[in-house]
Design a protein around this ligand. Structure first.
Ligand SMILES: [Zn+2]
Length: 446
């Protein structure tokens, strides 16, 4: 109301246009109410666990963006608050057990002694120098733009970016089929083998067996799938499971908060918390991808159902960060009702935070709320982008022109060009989107 008072003070009494003033005050009230409603909506959907299952009040005018936009087809993505429900049917209970078991991955990295030891394989000086240089460039760039602009990434972000480059270019190797150790010829998969005692001792529960493709050579190669990030520092090879496991651990070792993201369509990757940007950043070591969450859908053309992030102090369904347009790139989410998934996430969070101080819990809850807002925003802006692609002239003339280009989608596609397609093909990724129907107990790095 400060503005209304200012208007009153500033205008000579005789010339007050009372109609105009009334209109202004009304307008301000409308704004205040609209903001309040918007906040209530936000709080209600974020705090759905504590709220009673109040049905949406359809009598209240909705904010325009929610009111006019067509709802996404995903029930989970609609802005309707869900009340978490404990899993009851066998399928939901299986899903819960699987997620609980997956959530252990980041816990295994929390070993200060081993993390220190891990840093011995990392060329720290080179990485810190590169990070220093990059962060200075970004800082200078920001300053040249003026307006108190913030650098794109902070120093710690640049450390992880340098680590990522080194990891992909100089440290880790992708292995689909191990080559024959006698004649270096390609091998053919012949099934699984029981782990040998020393393989088992180093954490390999599964061993793939390969036979040399050359007649008469007959050598068998074992491919133990090591699940222990610290063992992987020595083997330095694997598929995306090993890559994500080892790289995420190293991010932890250089002091970042880290998440391990499991995707139900057979991929895993990393998220790193950027203190500078106050959000979680997508990082895929196999792709040397930094903050390209649309890579899998808009880049590779994959369809995804679940992307769940686990950290030492939380769990979050981050699917909306990776699937911006569920109609185009979403797969059916039927492993458990959405309300049950919320419950499972709450349960894992509570378990991971049980030993934290009240203050830390409060801070993490604030972070979860911010992230929920961020994730909701992705869906809303995706709808807005779709709507903005509609050309009114085309509607009038009844034809459909080519959609306008989407700069973010193009950014996601960058990785696809310049030979990256070969890399994706070699790894058997890209566009298949086969659901991962593994037994929860067999969850191992892919
Ligand atoms: Zn051979």
């Amino acid at each position: 109301m400060a503005d209304a008072n200012a208007t009153q003070r500033g205008a000579p009494a005789a010339h007050i246009d009372s109609d105009k003033l009334a209109h202004e005050i009304t307008e301000q009230f409308r704004q205040v109410l609209s903001t309040k409603r918007m906040n209530e909506l936000t709080t209600r959907s974020v705090n759905s666990r504590s709220a009673s299952p109040a049905p949406r009040d359809f009598g209240t005018p909705q904010p325009p963006s929610l009111h006019n936009a067509p709802p996404p087809s995903y029930s989970s993505l609609r802005n309707i608050p869900l009340v978490p429900q404990p899993p009851q049917d066998p399928r939901s209970i299986r899903f819960k057990n699987m997620l609980l078991s997956l959530s252990n991955m980041p816990i295994r990295w929390e070993n200060p002694g081993l993390l220190d030891e891990a840093l011995r394989v990392v060329p720290l000086e080179q990485i810190y120098n590169e990070a220093e240089e990059e962060s200075q460039i970004l800082q200078a760039e920001a300053e040249s733009l003026g307006d108190g602009k913030k650098a794109a990434w902070g120093y710690q972000d640049c450390v992880v970016r340098a680590l990522l480059r080194w990891f992909k270019r100089s440290f880790f190797t992708w292995v689909n089929n191990p080559p024959c150790s006698r004649c270096y010829s390609p091998t053919i998969a012949v099934g699984m083998a029981a782990p040998l005692p020393d393989e088992q001792a180093r954490g390999a529960n599964q061993v793939e067996l390969y036979k040399c493709s050359v007649d008469g050579c007959g050598v068998y190669e074992r491919y133990p799938r090591y699940n222990d990030a610290f063992v992987l520092l020595q083997t330095r090879k694997g598929r995306c499971g090993e890559w994500a496991n080892c790289f995420s651990m190293l991010c932890r070792a250089v002091g970042s908060r880290v998440r391990w993201v499991w995707n139900s369509e057979d991929h895993v990757w990393t998220e790193v918390y950027s203190v500078h940007r106050k959000r979680w950043i997508h990082v895929d070591a196999c792709e040397e991808a930094w903050d390209k969450p649309r890579l899998y859908t808009e880049g590779w053309g994959k369809k995804l159902s679940y992307c769940i992030a686990f950290s030492v102090d939380g769990a979050m369904d981050v699917t909306r960060r990776y699937v911006r347009n569920p109609t185009k790139h979403g797969l059916k989410r039927d492993r458990a009702p959405e309300a049950v998934l919320l419950y499972i996430m709450d349960e894992i969070r509570a378990m991971r935070r049980s030993n934290l101080s009240k203050q830390d819990k409060f801070r993490l809850e604030g972070e979860d709320m911010r992230e929920n807002r961020e994730l909701r925003h992705y869906v809303i802006s995706s709808i807005a982008t779709e709507v903005s692609k509609i050309n009114p002239a085309d509607i009038l003339s009844g034809r459909q022109g080519p959609p306008r280009s989407d700069p973010d989608a193009e950014k996601a596609l960058e990785g696809r060009q310049s030979g990256a397609t070969e890399w994706i093909r070699a790894r058997g990724e890209g566009g298949r989107g086969t659901p991962n129907q593994q037994n929860p107990r067999d969850q191992h790095p892919r």
